[in-house]
Design a protein around this ligand. Structure first.
Ligand code: TEU
Ligand code: CA
Length: 555
């Protein structure tokens, strides 16, 4: 298996709006990121995945871009970006940009032109269709953010497709001019010295010609079979690779909602000349009760089966991305661990062990290294995210579900859980801003914050720091072959990694009570590489505490 820097890296995702505010307007910004690079260097991460910082009206917090080669006013200037890029590189940290090219903002000049007339030069930059009439869209597809996936435009009395908000019109990738515009823009950023791209919903860029009604899921028809993994998606990615990616020493990761292991081997195969790796979502989706919304945890056996399939089926053929959360998911410790005070730290460290000892490139979402938790939402007015705001209205306020039924589901899964400001210290607003934050700071910042944790060797922060350092010193963590043990246990996630003569045993308790465990004979006398609590490993029969995690190394 080829060794590369992005296989051996640990990647940290920054959601700029909530990371650090430098000018007191309550909104995170580029200078704020620059001011915290020493913290990230101390943590030991190698790459920053920077969520969008381009010009945007912020209908979807920057995932609706109106100018790909300008910086969002609220985040600062292009000079601020250049300063941040240079400061990161000085510290040996690479910067991977978020490439959002399935759609633009409706305030992008291309769309402003496209909607002017049916014969405008930019008309075919987007996907326009006649409705059945001015009140009836071309088909029954629903948008990811609620409502129809089609918006009627008076000017030319036609509908345009938007798989996300109506201010995010989908680009027509079948138009070679669109592809060339995107490739030119990517080249411009690569020439500035960035180190790669995370590609937003890249599995959706190719749509089928025919656009029939979809199977009803929830309140609308599904666009999945017609807009995900479409007929030309691999051709377009190979063209992108040939015209841009192959010319630079950069890394790419595709956000490929709905991807299977088979498809991942094509998107991110060692020799398919498309992407380096993909984000798969099987372990963070499929738990929904009302669409994605739920208040129930996935069973441990289901989680283990899903993660193990990705570990074994990609091994030696494609590269895994490893994550528990990001800006679209609830906080890991609240969702997969246990955020009750007596268990939060142990379970956060256990989750870190379980993920970072797997095969693939691990991603840390801002605040995950502190064990930050979900937010205690009290009212729909607390939400800022278009997805949560629309969902509450569609499923509950105007829908069929009572507040009592839907509220626990939306507060458990809302993307805003991950978007509350990073908790830097115990000063007002957790040191994130001297002003009023755009979204409320979690009230638990007094205890959960970077200042307290960097000073405490036993903190979640220092546990992540140790894991990152271990990855640099132990190639088996990067390249070892994975094998699941105790598949049927609903309490323990246990697996091994093997690389030549070395072998790791990774033991993680996912339950809130004591459990027993027997160390396999072959690990008798093995040394402990890392553990989240004290225990003895010199006898095979062990008692594990709630959320205990440890790793034995036999070499
Ligand atoms: O997310 C794609 C996507 O499918 C999300 O809607 C996500 O799966 C869902 O919100 C999970 O609940 C990408 C970006 O990560 C997201 O922030 C954007 O809102 C979306 O694309 C549109 O650009
Ligand atoms: Ca600011």
């Amino acid at each position: 298996m080829k060794k590369t820097w992005w296989k051996e890296a640990v990647i940290y995702q920054i959601y700029p709006r909530s990371f650090m505010d430098s000018n007191g307007d309550g909104i995170g910004d580029l200078k704020g990121i620059t001011s915290r690079l020493d913290y990230l260097k101390y943590l030991g991460i190698d790459v920053i995945w920077l969520s969008p910082v381009y010009q945007s009206p912020n209908d979807d917090n920057g995932y609706d871009i109106s100018d790909y080669q300008a910086i969002m006013d609220e985040f600062g200037t292009m000079e601020d970006f250049d300063e941040m890029l240079a400061a990161a590189h000085e510290r040996g940290i690479r910067i991977v940009m978020d490439l959002v090219v399935n759609h633009t903002s409706d305030e992008h000049k291309w769309f402003m032109e496209s909607r002017k007339s049916k014969d405008n030069a930019y008309r075919d930059y987007y996907i326009w269709r006649d409705g059945k009439d001015a009140q009836t869209p071309p088909n029954n597809w629903g948008s990811c953010f609620g409502g129809s996936a089609w918006q009627y435009d008076e000017e030319t009395a036609m509908y345009y497709l938007h798989l996300f908000s109506k201010k995010q019109p989908d680009l027509n990738w079948d138009n070679p001019k669109v592809r060339q515009e995107v490739f030119d823009m990517m080249t411009w950023w690569c020439d500035k010295g960035i180190d790669g791209f995370r590609m937003d919903v890249i599995s959706m860029i190719s749509k089928t010609k025919e656009m029939p009604d979809g199977e009803i899921q929830g309140l609308y028809g599904s666009f999945g079979p017609y807009c995900v993994h479409g007929p030309n998606v691999h051709n377009y990615l190979q063209e992108m690779n040939e015209k841009v990616l192959s010319k630079y020493d950069i890394m790419t990761v595709g956000e490929t909602a709905g991807v299977t292991t088979e498809l991942a081997k094509q998107y991110a195969g060692e020799d398919t000349h498309e992407l380096n790796m993909v984000f798969q979502f099987e372990h963070v989706e499929g738990d929904g009760k009302y669409g994605k919304w739920t208040d129930e945890k996935m069973s441990l056996t289901t989680l283990k089966k899903t993660m193990s399939r990705w570990q074994t089926e990609l091994y030696g053929q494609a590269w895994n991305s490893l994550f528990w959360d990001n800006h679209d998911q609830p906080r890991a410790v609240s969702r997969f661990g246990d955020d009750r005070p007596q268990f939060r730290e142990a379970s956060a460290k256990m989750l870190a062990t379980c993920l970072h000892m797997q095969q693939g490139t691990p991603y840390i979402y801002q605040g995950e290294e502190l064990g930050m938790t979900n937010y205690p939402f009290q009212s729909p007015d607390d939400f800022r995210d278009i997805e949560s705001i629309n969902a509450y209205r569609e499923w509950c306020a105007e829908g069929s579900l009572s507040h009592e039924v839907f509220w626990p589901c939306i507060i458990y899964k809302s993307r805003d859980n991950a978007r509350t400001p990073v908790q830097w210290d115990d000063s007002p607003q957790a040191g994130f801003t001297t002003g009023t934050p755009w979204i409320a700071v979690n009230p638990n910042y007094k205890k959960i914050n970077a200042k307290a944790e960097t000073a405490d060797q036993d903190s979640v922060f220092h546990y992540y720091k140790k894991l990152i350092a271990l990855r640099k010193a132990n190639p088996i963590m990067v390249y070892g072959k994975y094998e699941l043990l105790l598949a049927d246990s609903e309490e323990l996630f246990v697996y091994t990694r093997t690389l030549e003569e070395e072998k790791l045993l990774v033991v993680c308790s996912f339950c809130d009570h004591e459990t027993s465990f027997t160390i396999p004979e072959e690990f008798a006398g093995a040394s402990c590489l890392i553990a989240n609590m004290e225990n003895a490993y010199d006898k095979p029969e062990m008692t594990l505490q709630a959320y205990e995690a440890f790793v034995l190394l036999k070499n």
